[in-house]
Design a protein around this ligand. Structure first.
Ligand code: ATP
Length: 326
């Protein structure tokens, strides 16, 4: 049987659609492999509070299509301290948990890495965040669904923008990464995309408007990633309005609706693959690694690399968006 007999699973950080599909895959794979599974509630907080519940094959029935996470998620300050992690270790040991699958973002993996430097219970990570900003994987769970949600919303905004000849600034999530903005911008035919990776885009946008291109259009959609240097869609819209008073400018902030909803087929399939791979990795005595998908194949990436290295957006796509908005 090896040393991994009971596997804990938790979701941590921001929730993302497809986390439930990943939990289901972890539980079902572990059971298939003859292991037991414990759900750890509310991220690392559940480790500190010993909030565990056994999960069986039927505990994860009827969840593959649901957004959110049945295990709840939380941000947990206590886990950042050595005392908090010591408490977590004691509780995991007490419950007989031999290995843990952490579904979350890079903050969650930073905590997992620290824990694995200090204690002998191995952690394996699954990238779950709508931002797609984790190094070492082409794809994070929830990104595809969030992207589709944004595109659907922008298509609707386009209808009303065209009816009134308006310029719309649409703010999307991505505080430090422009993946959602860039991809949704291309998919919805945005006239401009402003992302944190590219500096000076507000200036370029104004130059584009001054150049007259936007006047030829019945509507203009500018997608703005929330973390942009200009301070988000309201600040940029304000600044553009000051320089171009003739434009009828509106702002729409999509907000948390981007996190919700039923996961897309792509998210469900990838979450299923990653959940399965994470359990297999634990059984194979891996620790302190994230399972990812690169070029369509499952990969193992040390937490150290996943959290330290920066994943850049594809610069060719930025150029493409500009070409296609002439
Ligand atoms: P998202 O990308 O959706 O924000 P995330 O996993 O990056 O997800 P964070 O809030 O950064 O979300 O981290 C989740 C939890 O991981 C924190 O609440 C904390 O418990 C733990 N964590 C984060 N950073 C550290 C750290 N430096 N040391 C120990 N634990 C950490």
């Amino acid at each position: 049987m090896g040393k991994i007999r009971k596997i804990g699973v938790l979701t941590s950080g921001g929730d993302s659609p497809g986390m439930n599909a990943a939990i289901r895959a972890v539980v079902r794979t572990a059971i298939y492999e003859g292991r037991e599974v414990m759900g750890i509630m509310c991220g690392y907080q559940g480790m500190i509070d010993a909030d565990f519940k056994p999960l069986y094959a039927n505990s994860v029935s009827d969840i593959i299509q649901r957004g959110g996470t049945i295990l709840k998620t939380a941000r947990c300050e206590e886990f950042r301290s050595p005392e908090g992690r010591a408490k977590a270790y004691g509780n995991l040991k007490g419950a007989g948990i031999d290995g843990v699958v952490v579904i979350g973002g890079d903050g969650s993996f930073t905590g997992a890495r620290l824990f694995n430097e200090e204690y002998d219970i191995p952690f394996v990570g699954i990238p779950g965040t709508i931002d797609n900003d984790i190094f070492g994987t082409d794809y994070t769970i929830g990104y595809d669904t969030a992207l589709n949600t944004v595109v659907e919303a922008v298509d609707k905004i386009r209808d009303t923008a065209s009816a009134h000849n308006r310029m719309f600034f649409v703010e999307v999530m991505g505080a430090e990464a422009g993946f959602i903005a860039l991809y949704s911008g291309i998919a919805s035919g945005a006239e401009a995309i402003i992302i944190p990776e590219i500096k000076g885009e507000e200036r370029n946008l104004k130059a584009m408007i001054a150049g007259g291109n936007t006047r030829k259009k019945s509507s203009n959609i500018i997608i703005v990633a929330e973390g942009d240097e200009g301070g988000g869609a309201f600040a940029i819209a304000e600044s553009v309005k000051e320089d171009f008073k003739e434009y009828d400018i509106r702002v729409s902030v999509l907000g948390h609706l981007q996190r919700g909803g039923s996961p897309s087929a792509i998210d469900r399939v990838n979450a299923s693959r990653l959940g399965h791979a994470a359990v297999e990795a634990l059984i194979d005595d891996q620790k302190s690694v994230m399972v990812g998908i690169s070029n369509g194949e499952i990969t193992l990436v040390p937490f150290r690399r996943a959290v330290k290295l920066h994943k850049d957006v594809n610069r060719n796509l930025i150029e493409l968006a500009k070409i296609l908005s002439v």
